[in-house]
Design a protein around this ligand. Sequence first.
Ligand SMILES: [Zn+2]
Length: 165
Amino acid sequence: MKAPICRACAIGETLCPSCQSKLSSGAISRLDVDISRILYKINEQHNLSLASFTRALDAGAQVLVFTDGEPGVLIGRGGRVVSALSAALGRRVRILSESGDARRRLEDLLSPVKIGGINEAYSAGRTLMRVRLSKEDERLLPLDVRALEPLVSKWMGKPVEFVFE
Ligand SMILES: [Zn+2]
């Protein structure tokens, strides 16, 4: 299994100097550590050796768990792995792919809300990507899109802004 912390740290209760410095520098979060440990526990019952957990993001009503591998491994047959993860965390969890076409990943992330359009915009001396969503859909969004801007900006390779209109 691939995780943001090493195997010893995921199985143990303390962090080695290398994982600790990733946490201190903000390269990984406490949530990444918690989920890595939960996944290693789940691995004792369901084989997650092919799983590749890259990062987690607290998006308000849901915790988003990203993978650069096959999302089905972290979902599990009949959703068993994601259910066990959700129960251990006490939060709703969604597994999302971090690889593939950027626009499609964005649509997966925002599902069931549809993207109205994507434009290049110029603001405060920089070019940014404006993702337009319908104001009527705002209440349907399962997550806080503002919290997603840094991650989506990384995917798109430029600053991203969500607007409701
Ligand atoms: Zn470690």
